[in-house]
Unconditional design. Structure first.
Length: 282
């Protein structure tokens, strides 16, 4: 988000747009400019406006060490995988579904992607469309539901708190995966977009084969990660300060000639993610 967009969200209403193809949600785009740009490139797309109400100011202190918050985001996490060719959907907190998955997989494991969302609404349309594609390549996707946290919108207004929250959320997720026997701990990837992407960029990568940072300038990055990093962004994304030097430490970078924040709508971005994942499987 640009500072101007952030100001409007904090102190006034804003209309956002959700992108549909054949009446199926594909991506959320942050502004009318994004929607207009995509409609020019893809005239058959349909856009549905969503009004986001102003965020209430808060004086309460925030803590990214709140176990209840990270547990809420984890238990509400969406799980996508394919069982015998059929798409299977569940929640991390659904113990019955977890047992069913383990029974059907019969001790098989799957390479798994942990995805952390941005601060924009709606929650999932764009990513979930791409997640379904990834499952066809044999990956499972666990999409952490940041919006299940009662402090999520407050975190979205403070980059430092968000970076800390993402770091703790990732560590918490890693601590829970032992209960998910189908997760291949030798083939685990971390992906974040926008504000969560900034937090992911600051994570050193322990426990993962690779990190994918979407639509973030990686300004929170301090130390070189111990795993490969793929960074993808739109060249004219107003939320990025300087795309000429974005995520300079990444082992792979892709700049797309666009203003669109939700880069997963583009084929080039999807292909780059697929290649990165396949290249770094054990």
């Amino acid at each position: 988000m640009s500072e101007k967009w952030l100001f409007v969200v904090l102190f006034g209403s804003i209309t956002m747009y959700s992108l549909f193809v054949n009446d199926r949600p594909v991506s959320d785009v942050a502004t009318i400019d994004d929607a207009q740009t995509l409609s020019e490139q893809f005239p058959l797309l349909r856009f549905s406006p969503i009004t986001v109400e102003p965020l209430a100011k808060t004086n309460r202190s925030l803590s990214f060490t709140n176990d209840e918050q990270v547990d809420s985001a984890w238990r509400a996490a969406q799980i996508y995988l394919r069982l015998n060719g059929e798409l299977f959907y569940s929640r991390a907190g659904d113990d019955k579904s977890r047992a069913r998955i383990e029974t059907l997989l019969q001790n098989r494991t799957m390479p798994t992607i942990i995805f952390l969302p941005d601060c924009t609404l709606p929650r999932w349309p764009g990513p979930s469309h791409f997640w379904r594609q990834l499952t066809r390549s044999g990956f499972a996707v666990i999409g952490i539901d940041g919006f299940a946290r009662s402090d999520w919108q407050d975190l979205c207004t403070d980059n430092a708190l968000m970076v800390g929250a993402v770091s703790q959320q990732v560590r918490f997720v890693l601590s829970q995966l032992d209960e998910f026997l189908w997760v291949d701990r030798n083939n685990l990837f971390l992906m974040g977009i926008g504000k969560s992407g900034a937090g992911v960029s600051a994570y050193l990568g322990e426990g993962f084969n690779g990190i994918i940072v979407l639509a973030s300038s990686c300004r929170a990055h301090v130390l070189q990660p111990v795993v490969p990093v793929l960074a993808i962004a739109s060249e004219h994304d107003a939320s990025l300060d300087n795309t000429n030097d974005y995520c300079h430490y990444a082992s792979e970078r892709l700049l797309i000639d666009s203003v669109v924040h939700g880069v997963l709508v583009f084929d080039d971005a999807q292909k780059a993610v697929h290649r990165f994942l396949q290249r770094h499987l054990n």
